[in-house]
Design a protein around this ligand. Structure first.
Ligand SMILES: Nc1ncnc2c1ncn2[C@@H]1O[C@H](COP(=O)(O)OP(=O)(O)OP(=O)(O)O)[C@@H](O)[C@H]1O
Ligand SMILES: [Mg+2]
Length: 302
């Protein structure tokens, strides 16, 4: 297989591991910076160039598109799709997963459980919006949050109101959720490849903290998730149309709740916690799902 990895930096752990795995499995692999791919679009006719040369004949592309380049990166990926290149995570699925409100709506519509979530626009509605959610504590999340940086616990209704008003004043986008106290500062990252969870880790917040992000001092250990957890992780991945995803769950009294479905999950934490070759699993899955293209005129397959 002739494989492209869309990634801004080939020295990042996840990108390096995918290159290694592709070479071990005897594929031809090249890392392409999505911001250096440029495209020609005409009726039924799609082409893409990279640093002055045409990009042709790729059987598969693995997108590793960071949040800061979602828009351009997904356009590049879409161009690959239009040129007949296969991908485990299509551009539309990545866009769905990246839009937190949309992803919540799509998952809930398929009966997937999540912490109850509210969002609104007008400050005049804040009181009733919080009524819709139920009694505090509440978790307020900036929609652009990552690594736990924009996730705030409000223990009292007055705090929820105050924080909500302050964020509105800053024109920030956020949602408010029920606080799942029984998760006790832990979450579960299930790494889904195709139809199964290939590895999972439990992240635990340090004492006095409810956010389990490793950047907030959390610790990770490899675990075996329950059947129900695996099922919900695989289903959430499929609902969004992804083939590969990192699904974050919290354990609640009413079963596993999905926090987030990450379309470009990092490999470093999960490989070191589980001791498994996740990059190898990904490449094997892509190779199996993306049969080699027929050689086009003027192109010989290696
Ligand atoms: N509703 C909740 N109840 C209890 N704990 C929560 C809740 N939401 C989040 N947490 C805790 O806070 C952590 C950070 O929240 P979340 O994962 O939603 O935000 P993030 O990590 O900043 O964003 P992202 O995962 O999208 O990069 C979670 O890993 C979890 O430990
Ligand atoms: Mg998170």
């Amino acid at each position: 297989m002739k494989l492209a990895i869309l990634s801004r930096n080939s020295s990042l752990y996840s990108t390096r591991r995918l290159i290694e795995a592709a070479r071990e499995q005897r594929h031809t692999v090249r890392v392409l910076d999505p911001l250096r791919c440029y495209m020609r679009i005409a009726a039924g006719d799609f082409a893409m160039h990279y640093k002055g040369k045409p990009l042709t004949g790729y059987d598969a592309v693995i997108p590793r598109i960071g949040a800061s380049v979602t828009r351009y990166g997904s356009a590049v990926l879409r161009q690959f799709e239009l040129m007949g290149t296969c991908t485990p995570n299509p551009s539309d699925a990545i866009l769905k997963a990246r839009d937190k409100l949309r992803a919540h709506q799509l998952l809930a519509a398929q009966g997937i459980h999540m912490p109850v979530t509210v969002f609104g626009d007008n400050p005049d509605d804040t009181g009733d919006l919080l009524n819709l959610l139920g009694p505090p504590p509440h978790v307020i999340k900036l929609t652009e949050s990552s690594q736990g940086a924009g996730v705030i616990l409000a223990e009292k209704l007055s705090a929820s109101r105050g924080i909500t008003e302050a964020l509105r004043g800053l024109y920030a986008n956020f949602l408010v959720q029920e606080f799942v106290a029984e998760a006790k500062g832990a979450d579960l990252r299930c790494f889904v490849v195709g139809d199964r969870v290939v590895a999972a880790m439990r992240r635990q917040a340090p004492s006095g903290e409810f956010r389990s992000n490793l950047h907030r001092g959390g610790t990770a250990v490899g675990v075996s998730p329950s059947e129900a957890e695996c099922e919900v992780a695989v289903r959430a991945t499929k609902v969004l149309g992804l083939g590969i995803a990192g699904v974050d769950l919290i354990r609640s009294d009413r079963g596993p709740l999905v926090l987030e479905v990450n379309a470009s999950p990092g490999l470093e934490g999960i490989e070191s916690a589980s001791g498994k070759d996740i990059a190898g699993e990904i490449v094997a899955f892509v190779a199996q799902g993306c049969p080699p293209r027929k050689p086009s005129a003027g192109r010989r397959r290696k």
